[in-house]
Design a protein around this ligand. Structure first.
Ligand code: NAP
Length: 320
């Protein structure tokens, strides 16, 4: 710790949003190969409130803890040996995951190569909304499913943080895209590239989705969405089940139907972040920020996010 201090949101015990506490603490210093980044904005993800509540990645953390993985900001200082970034560079990333990154703060330190250059065409608030959600979509659709032009891809929770980016990435890969969301979001999802939208509150998706090659399941066991997804997947197709991995029920149903399954846990990946920034700057990928909150209003942001109704993303503006 240096003599400099910074504003940060810490938790000293797991629990409800009230455990999120604004404090002044010591500012971190970069070790060799690390950069110190001045955080302009920090994205909020479901794993943040799950971990805060003692679930998610809580078992991997030590208290007191600064939550938050998504960062967009400016390099302030580089540690010994860093050659690809310099003070003043605008970067974004999801460093350290699943270890703590401490993004709900004015500064973070992390290995330089876990960051990438921020998309030039958007501000820090939008850029901070991208890393964890876009990397999840990318690692599922590109790296795991290897989606090919003409394939049919079903995205559950198409209107959420991961889902709205996955719809666009699948479209960019040339897929025919079907998304589940409530009806008021359908026109927006079609603007983003969805060919079909299913209101899961009105119809059983398996009655209308047809046969798909890849399911990106962002819901998991709720309402048996994971197991019911097998019924819409062609023999040899793939269900990537994101929230809770491959349950025994899903594995059994998939084996019976000749469908492949995969869990996925997102990983830091600067090459993918560079590709994602390219898509943003070319206009192929739009990131939707429903609302930005001041750092000190993080508890309100968690309460809103936990309702599970967010269109796109929630972000903390750390400059406010
Ligand atoms: N394994 C990993 O590495 C990883 C990475 C990222 C995320 N995740 C997990 O994946 C899940 C999604 O993350 P996220 O950031 O996209 O969440 P999110 O932004 O909070 O998702 C909110 C969206 O979910 C939709 N939704 C809620 N229930 C639904 C249902 N039954 N069917 C279809 N849509 C529904 C809502 O749309 P409507 O209002 O239209 O219903 C809302 O737009 C979370 O559980 C998260 O923890 C895991």
């Amino acid at each position: 710790m240096s003599e400099h201090t910074m504003r940060a949101i810490t938790i000293s015990g797991f629990g409800g949003p009230e455990v999120l506490t604004a404090q002044r603490i010591g500012r971190p210093e970069p070790l060799p190969t690390e950069v110190l980044v001045r955080v302009h904005a920090a994205g909020i993800n479901p794993v943040d409130w799950k971990t805060r509540a003692g679930q998610g990645m809580a078992g991997l953390q030590t208290l007191p803890l600064i939550l938050g993985w998504d960062v967009s900001g400016v390099v302030e200082e580089v540690g010994f040996g860093v050659t690809t970034l310099a003070p003043g560079d605008e970067v974004y990333g999801m460093p350290w995951f699943p270890r703590a990154a401490g993004a709900y703060a004015e500064f973070v330190t992390a290995p330089s190569r876990q960051f990438a250059r921020k998309p030039a065409s958007i501000g820090h608030t939008e850029a901070a909304a991208l890393p964890l959600a876009a990397l999840t979509a990318w690692q599922a659709l590109v790296d795991t499913a290897d989606v090919q032009p003409g394939q049919r891809v079903l995205v559950h929770a198409g209107a959420g943080g991961v889902g709205h980016l996955a719809v666009q990435i699948a479209k960019h890969l040339g897929a025919q895209v079907i998304a589940t969301a409530q009806e008021p979001r359908h026109a927006w999802l079609k603007e983003l590239g969805a060919d079909e939208a299913i209101d899961y509150t009105q119809r059983r998706f398996e009655e209308v989705a047809g046969e798909v090659d890849v399911v990106l399941d962002l819901i998991g066991g709720h309402d048996a969405t994971n197991v019911r997804s097998v019924a819409v997947t062609r023999r040899g197709g793939l269900v990537v089940s994101i929230p809770s991995g491959v349950s025994d029920e899903l594995a059994a149903a998939a084996a019976k139907a000749g469908v492949r399954t995969s869990p996925l846990l997102v990983e830091p990946d600067s090459a993918a972040l560079t590709a994602i920034a390219g898509l943003v700057d070319s206009g192929a990928l739009h990131v939707e920020v429903e609302r930005a909150f001041a750092l000190e209003d993080v508890a309100e942001a968690h309460r809103l996010g936990e309702k599970g109704r967010t269109r796109g993303k929630l972000v903390l503006d750390v400059t406010r």
